[in-house]
Ligand binder design. Structure first.
Ligand code: ADP
Length: 493
């Protein structure tokens, strides 16, 4: 609400207050153009005494804007689009200054004409603009200081952490199994902290526009093999299967920032592994298009994990967003990974998409446009060193559908999965590795879901006992689960 509207709508008491506190010059005049009232700013800035200004013709104070019609009534000037007009105001000592004024009239309750001038010195406007620019500059400086601070602190944090990780690795050699377990926990904590620090550093660089891509020649088959190597241990440990499907038409050499593309793939792959307890993870890479200088690649990371609901999908790529608090408690993380991933994909002229059904799995896909290298040749599949642990498919949709349908209860693949997970559960309980055991118990729960109430209850209690680190009770319950399952499936377990 501007001053004019304020005066029209407020009560007399507030009106007076409004007139007194504002820095705008306010002059009220009658139908003849004679001043009937003004505020403190007008008196201060024009140098008149209150009594002297009353009765003056408004056109003598605000020059050249008013005229008088044939009835001797004042005619108001036309305002510009913003409802204002530039003018000159005269002080009592005949010196003048430029103003930006709003001049209007209305009829009061008694039916009388009320005219009003609300004017601001342009010097003041300019100084406000100047102040705004100063504030903007300061904000820019503060942001720069913040970015530098984050960069320095994260860098300083990484140095001692690297020391811890390095020495832990040394200690691990030649140590008994109990201590090895403790050292393993320290190592995992330090690794997690390192990931977190790297995420914060990358995120703050991206936000400040300081993340620059460093394009170098990359041998694509070796790069992908390295990505697989990073995740294969976790995939194996969770009893999952990795399916790799790389289009044979992809060039072996491309120009790209391996660290950035690796970051994107590693984030998506580790999420896929983290949120899947039974089934498959698939990495599929196809050549989407090619010109003389560029190649566009399309990546898909498909999992058969917990899935994401439509509502949760809207929050996914926002920084610090994990879909719900229980996810954070169970799986850890800060919710920065996908926000960074999205920004990196966009820096490589691509887009990222997600398709997912709650309880069935998720597909994260993205494209990137990369420069071609001078070296030619199609991808060299001999460089894929993980052929034992990784299945390859032709990429046909039927193949994929079949792969992702193995979890259905009653199929031979499902029985095989149950058997594997029961073996792993028994071993991990024996080794007091409660965390891993809980994971295998959850896998079994998913594989037999809805088959038998007693079975569901026993598995639920196993998870509970494992959380309480009650080895004996967990082992006892595992016996019950085994015999119940043998009864349902007709298999010896
Ligand atoms: P963080 O860096 O903590 O791992 P992300 O930004 O990578 O966070 O992921 C944010 C959230 O998105 C996760 O906490 C999880 O709830 C959800 N999410 C990401 N990937 C998957 C997936 N493959 N399956 C199910 N949920 C996922």
């Amino acid at each position: 609400m501007n001053m004019y509207e304020g005066l029209r709508s407020c009560s007399k008491r507030y009106c007076k207050l409004l007139l007194e506190v504002t820095d705008e010059i306010i002059i009220i005049f009658d139908i003849r153009g004679n001043v009937v009232n003004c505020n403190r700013a007008a008196i201060d800035k024009l140098g008149y005494k209150a009594n002297d200004i009353t009765g003056m013709y408004v056109g003598d104070i605000v020059s050249d804007l008013f005229s008088v019609n044939m009835y001797g009534n004042v005619v108001l000037p036309k305002m510009d689009e913003s409802g204002r007009i530039m003018g000159v105001m005269y002080r009592s000592n005949m010196t003048c200054f430029d103003v930006y004024a709003s001049i209007k009239s209305w009829t009061d309750e008694q039916g009388d004409f009320v005219g009003i001038v609300c004017a601001t010195e342009t010097v003041m406007l300019k100084s406000a603009e100047k102040q705004l620019n100063i504030a903007k500059e300061e904000q820019k400086k503060t942001e720069q200081i913040r970015t530098e601070f984050v960069a320095n602190v994260t860098h300083e944090l990484r140095t001692p952490l690297n020391g811890i990780i390095g020495h832990v690795k040394e200690i691990k050699e030649g140590i008994d199994s109990e201590r090895l377990k403790t050292i393993g926990i320290i190592e995992k904590c330090a690794d997690d902290m390192m990931k977190l620090i790297n995420n914060i550093l990358d995120f703050s660089k991206l936000e400040a526009g300081k993340y620059l891509l460093d394009e170098q020649e990359c041998q694509f088959s070796k790069f992908i093999d390295h990505i697989v190597a990073t995740h294969i241990k976790n995939i194996d440990e969770k009893g999952l299967k990795l399916v790799l499907n790389v289009d044979e038409n992809i060039p072996e050499y491309i120009l790209c920032d391996e660290l950035a593309l690796g970051r994107i793939l590693n984030n998506l792959m580790s999420n896929a592994v983290k949120f899947t307890s039974v089934g498959n993870i698939m990495l599929q890479i196809t050549k989407a298009s090619e010109t003389e200088d560029y190649v566009e690649l399309f990546f898909m990371v498909i999992d058969s994990g917990i899935g994401i609901s439509d509502e949760e999908k809207t929050k996914l790529f926002k920084e610090f967003s994990q879909v719900d608090a229980s996810v954070t408690r169970k799986y850890g993380g800060t919710g920065l990974g996908l926000a960074i991933t999205k920004q990196l994909v966009e820096m490589m002229n691509g887009q990222i998409f997600v398709e997912s059904t709650k309880g069935e799995g998720s597909t994260f896909s993205f494209n990137v446009v990369l420069k071609k290298s001078e070296k030619t040749g199609k991808i060299d599949e001999n460089n894929f060193t993980f052929s034992d642990s990784v299945s390859r498919t032709s990429g046909d949709t039927e193949d994929i559908d079949e792969l992702f349908a193995v979890n259905k209860f009653g199929t031979s693949e499902n029985f095989e999965e149950i058997r594997k997970n029961i073996d792993k559960l028994a071993i991990t309980i024996e080794m007091n590795n409660f965390e891993k055991a809980e994971m295998f118990a959850s896998n079994i729960k998913e594989l037999v879901i809805g088959q038998d109430e007693e079975l569901d209850k026993s598995l639920f209690r196993i998870v509970l006992m494992l959380r309480r680190e009650n080895y004996e009770k967990s082992a006892e319950l595992l016996g019950t689960v085994k015999s119940k399952l043998s009864e349902i499936t007709g298999m010896m377990l």
